[in-house]
Ligand binder design. Structure first.
Ligand SMILES: [Zn+2]
Length: 367
């Protein structure tokens, strides 16, 4: 340890004279520091010769610096060391300072071990709650959430988004019909069936090419995203299948609950949803700012491949859409609004290709 290393190497601090206790005699001497010990030796003393005075950094008295007045160090036996070497004495005081800091910590450890144990225990408990109890509470909350809650959340969110960022869609009627037809084919094969999801067309404005799902099954698709796909409607449908995946796996409900934190969840499960909590749960901006975990994205991608295959459409359309989006916007995957929530694009494309192959093989086997 550091203090042992220091203890093994004595350091010469300054030269001066030493006055024995109650004596005017002056002996040429040097002052040394070794660890937290202060030693005065006769100048030129042999290795075996006894020290003139011994003290500790914490117990010696050092006179203040006043111009060029020699500094005095008083030892507890009454002897004095005197030197004009101000720099040397300042170094000694500096060592005493750092040594005292060490003493302070040492004192804490010695006198308040319980306090430190307590602080560590609280920290560990908080970490454990966050890591283990919160995910468990989230699952409980998702299970006990009555259907009216996601309904209320979604209505509130869409309302606030319509009042702020979103505008009515400008898509041509034919395009809209084609997407709606494909969407209802996907919905028919998903967990909730045709009535379980609603598709809403909007101009995205600030949020650009985007699609997102609210917990109730409300899915919002921006005109800008449809533009990116061009004539390739399967791309749009693959994205919608991905969003249906988020709904069926209850990703956004989980995400909201995770953001609400432990206290919010306990309130929710206990049935005491205050107005503040309600505000959070129905606030569109808050909902939009949440991003899914990588696992949730991967799960939704897999679901897209599954639904597209089941509907007889191209399961690779999602991977194609990622490429199209990057090309169209000419930016890296991290810089577009949709992709802050969609990390690891090349990995995801590779996984989509693999799942598509597996889905094709599975389909061939059943024929
Ligand atoms: Zn997603």
């Amino acid at each position: 340890m550091a203090s042992d290393a220091r203890a093994s190497s004595p350091e010469r601090i300054a030269e001066g004279v030493w006055h024995p206790p109650r004596s005017s005699e002056a002996i040429k001497a040097e002052i040394w520091v070794q660890g937290d010990s202060v030693i005065v030796r006769r100048t030129g003393a042999g290795a075996g010769e006894a020290a003139l005075a011994l003290g500790f950094l914490s117990t010696i008295e050092v006179s203040s610096r006043v111009g060029n007045v020699p500094r005095r160090i008083a030892f507890s036996n009454g002897s004095l060391f005197e030197t004009p070497d101000n720099a040397g004495i300042d170094l000694l005081l500096q060592k005493r300072g750092s040594n005292q800091a060490g003493l302070f910590v040492h004192g804490l450890e010695r006198f308040h071990p319980r306090l430190i144990v307590f602080v560590v225990a609280v920290f560990l408990l908080a970490t454990a709650i966050y890591r283990f109890a919160l995910p468990a509470l989230v699952e409980v909350a998702v299970l006990v959430t009555p259907d009216v809650v996601p309904q209320a959340m979604s209505v509130g969110t869409l309302k606030s988004l319509d009042a702020t960022v979103l505008k009515p869609s400008q898509l041509p009627e034919a395009k809209r019909r084609a997407i709606e037809a494909g969407f209802s084919e996907l919905a028919r094969r998903a967990d909730r069936g045709t009535g379980g999801y609603s598709l809403n067309f909007r101009e995205g404005g600030a949020i650009g090419p985007n699609a997102f799902a609210l917990p109730s099954g409300t899915i919002i698709l921006t005109d800008e995203l449809v533009d990116v796909a061009g004539d390739d409607t399967d791309m749009v449908l693959a994205v919608l299948a991905h969003e249906i995946g988020h709904v069926d796996k209850k990703h956004s409900l989980r995400q909201i609950y995770r953001a609400a934190g432990t206290a919010g969840l306990i309130m929710l499960i206990a049935g005491d949803v205050g107005s503040a909590a309600q505000d959070v749960l129905t606030n569109g901006a808050a909902l939009l700012s949440l991003s899914y975990s990588r696992e949730a994205e991967s799960e939704a991608d897999h679901y897209s491949v599954f639904l597209m295959t089941k509907s007889g459409r191209d399961p690779l359309a999602l991977a194609r859409f990622f490429t199209a989006l990057q090309e169209k916007l000419n930016v890296g995957p991290e810089e577009t609004s949709m992709f802050d929530t969609h990390p690891g694009m090349p990995d995801r494309q590779k996984m989509i290709e693999q799942w598509a192959r597996e889905a094709k093989e599975a389909k061939a086997e059943t024929k």
